[in-house]
Design a protein around this ligand. Structure first.
Ligand SMILES: O=P(O)(O)OC[C@H]1O[C@H](OP(=O)(O)OP(=O)(O)O)[C@H](O)[C@@H]1O
Ligand SMILES: O=c1cc[nH]c(=O)[nH]1
Ligand SMILES: [Mg+2]
Length: 209
């Protein structure tokens, strides 16, 4: 599918399997989410623009490539997306950080917005939305809608696990957005949880429930 990139790296697959285990505790879960964000980010940032700059080595002066353009903006979807932020800033320490607060209504499964703050000027930045889970796709579509409404243009989304239903909804609503996924799971259940999935990512990251 155009603009959808499913990771097949063995390290990502191994770490996702550890995340799925119900006996994986909060501490290890959080560490794994961060490590997987680094690994997916490494792939997703393959096309970051470079420019040659002059650098003096101990031997001579040379022109050498460094990241160019406005700073990257990483935008976690609260709460669970917060678990991926340190992974992205490990790769790009100068990234600015926005926040979009959304929670799913447990009955309708539709997202409700409760907080939004984006770094400016958002229209000049490469934006990376991070959230461990893409289930119905409602939250991701709402997050990208919001960013575009505020002028965001170049947007990527990163998820650790996605359901086919979520990929379909997000790519239909935003065909221009590149979607990076650690693993594509089988389906949603009647409560709109991903199967086999890993349960509620926010609760497992923050130790709530
Ligand atoms: O694709 P969707 O069907 O919209 O579901 C995915 C959303 O559900 C989870 O958040 P949740 O609503 O549980 O909030 P939380 O991160 O605060 O736990 C997850 O982190 C996504 O944001
Ligand atoms: O399986 C799911 C679906 C939505 N949100 C989660 O945290 N997990
Ligand atoms: Mg949750």
């Amino acid at each position: 599918m155009k603009n959808v990139f499913i990771m097949d790296h063995p390290l990502i697959q191994h770490k996702i399997s550890l995340l799925r285990k119900k006996e994986t505790g909060t501490n290890e879960f959080r560490r794994l989410v961060e490590e997987i964000a680094v690994l997916i980010g490494f792939e997703a940032f393959r096309d970051l623009p470079l420019e040659d700059v002059e650098v003096e080595t101990p031997i001579e002066t040379c022109m050498t490539p460094m990241l160019a353009g406005k700073k990257l903006a990483v935008v976690p979807v609260l709460r669970a997306g917060l678990g991926m932020v340190n992974g992205i800033t490990t790769l790009v320490p100068s990234a600015k950080i926005g926040h979009i607060g959304l929670y799913r209504d447990p009955e309708t499964h539709e997202p409700h917005e409760y907080y939004c703050k984006l770094p400016v000027p958002i229209e000049q930045r490469q934006i990376v939305v991070v959230d461990p889970m893409l289930a119905t796709g409602g939250s991701a579509v709402a997050a990208v809608d919001f960013i575009k409404k505020h002028g965001g243009k170049t947007i990527k989304c990163m998820f650790i696990i996605a359901a086919p239903e979520g990929i379909e909804r997000l790519t239909k609503a935003h065909p221009d957005v590149q979607v990076y996924v650690g693993h594509l799971d089988r389906e949603l259940n009647e409560a709109a949880y991903i199967c086999p999935g890993l349960g509620d990512a926010g609760d497992r990251i923050f130790g709530t429930k």
